[in-house]
Design a protein around this ligand. Structure first.
Ligand SMILES: C[S@@+](CC[C@H](N)C(=O)[O-])C[C@H]1O[C@@H](n2cnc3c(N)ncnc32)[C@H](O)[C@@H]1O
Length: 275
C-alpha cells in the first residue's frame, strides 16, 4: 500500500531556515532549495540503500554516500533515450563525473525501462529526484512511477522535487475585471482538461492534477486522502514559493538568444511512503 504524505510547494521560508542552519547546497533557486531539502528530510542512516533518479552531474549523491555511509546509486541515461544527450552534457564529461564521485554507483539506464537488467527491484529504502520528473514526457510518467514503485522496498519512501510553472499568471492582471476573467478562464480550461486526463495522458500542470494522476496510476493501491494540495488561485497569490533566479532562466530556458519573459517557475515536493 502507498500513502501520499506531502504534495506542496517548496518555500522560501524553509530555504532561509536551511541556509541559516548551514545545510550543504542551500542557495537561492530551485536546486538550492531541493538538494538541502533532501538532506534535511530523508532521515539517512548507514547502510541505507538510496537512489537518485536523474542524478546527472549532481554532487549530492556522493555527499550522501560519504556523510551518512549509505549505499548510493544514480539511475540516469544522460538523455540518450530521449535524444537530449547534448543538452545534459552541459555540465561536463561523464568520465570526469565518475572520478569525482567514486562512492556512487552509476546505472546508465532510465526509470520506466522495465526490461532493464541493471535496475534492481524491491531494493531501495529511498528513491529521490531533483528537477527530473518534469523532463519525463507526460505519456511516459505512469510507467516511470510504476517502475519506481517496484524498485522501492516495503517501508521505503519516495521524495520527489519537481519544477512546475506557477499556474495562473495573476501578476500580469491589471484590474479586477482581468482577475475575474483570468480565474474563470483558468477554471473552465482545467475543468475540461481534468475530465480528459488519464494515466497515459495526464494533466500535470497543477498540484491537484498530480494528485489525481497518482490515483489513476495506482488506484486502490494508494491512499491520497491525507493531502489536500493548494489550489491554483492560492498558488498564484502565494509569495513564499521558491522560484528560479533570473540567471538560470536566461542561461538555460528556451528560447535561446531571444528576448524572453520571466516565467515564475516554482518547485514542489511529493512524498510517498510504501508499507
Ligand atoms: C535537470 S537534470 C537533473 C539534475 C540533477 N538532479 C541535479 O540535481 O543537478 C535531468 C536529468 O534527468 C534525466 N532523466 C530524465 N528522465 C529520466 C528517466 N526516466 N530515468 C532516469 N533519468 C532520467 C536526464 O537524463 C537528465 O540527466
Amino acid at each position: 500500500m502507498l500513502y501520499l504524505k506531502e504534495l506542496r510547494w517548496g518555500t522560501v521560508t524553509e530555504l532561509m531556515e536551511m541556509h541559516r542552519k548551514g545545510v550543504p547546497f542551500a542557495d537561492w533557486g530551485i536546486k538550492g532549495h531541493n538538494r538541502p531539502f533532501i538532506l534535511e528530510n530523508c532521515r539517512f542512516k548507514p547502510g541505507m540503500k538510496v537512489v537518485e533518479i536523474g542524478g546527472a552531474y549532481s554532487d549530492l549523491p556522493q555527499h550522501i554516500a560519504i556523510q551518512f555511509g549509505c549505499e548510493v546509486h544514480v539511475i540516469d541515461d544522460f538523455g540518450v533515450e530521449s535524444g537530449e544527450a547534448e543538452m545534459w552534457s552541459r555540465w561536463g564529461e561523464r568520465e570526469a563525473l565518475l572520478q569525482r564521485n567514486p562512492d556512487v554507483r552509476y546505472i546508465f539506464d532510465r526509470a520506466g525501462n522495465f526490461a532493464s537488467a541493471q535496475i534492481p527491484l524491491n531494493y531501495y529504502d529511498l528513491i529521490f529526484t531533483v528537477s527530473t520528473l518534469e523532463h519525463v514526457p507526460a505519456e511516459a510518467m505512469a510507467n516511470v512511477f510504476r517502475h519506481m514503485e517496484q524498485m522501492l522496498k516495503p517501508g521505503g519512501t519516495m521524495v520527489h522535487c519537481i519544477d512546475l510553472q506557477i499556474p495562473l499568471k495573476l501578476h500580469k492582471t491589471k484590474d479586477l475585471k482581468g482577475l475575474l476573467a483570468g480565474t474563470l478562464g483558468y477554471y473552465l480550461y482545467f475543468a475540461f482538461a481534468n475530465r480528459l486526463a488519464s494515466a497515459q495522458k495526464p494533466q500535470l500542470k497543477t498540484l491537484n492534477g498530480w494528485k489525481s494522476f497518482l490515483k489513476k496510476v495506482f488506484g486502490s493501491q494508494i491512499d491520497t486522502s491525507g493531502v489536500k494540495p493548494e489550489g491554483a488561485l492560492m498558488s498564484s497569490l502565494n509569495t513564499d514559493i521558491v522560484t528560479e533566479p533570473m540567471e538560470i532562466v536566461y542561461k538555460y530556458y528556451p528560447p535561446k538568444d531571444k528576448p524572453k519573459l520571466y516565467r515564475r517557475n516554482g518547485t514542489f515536493v511529493l512524498i510517498i511512503e510504501k508499507q
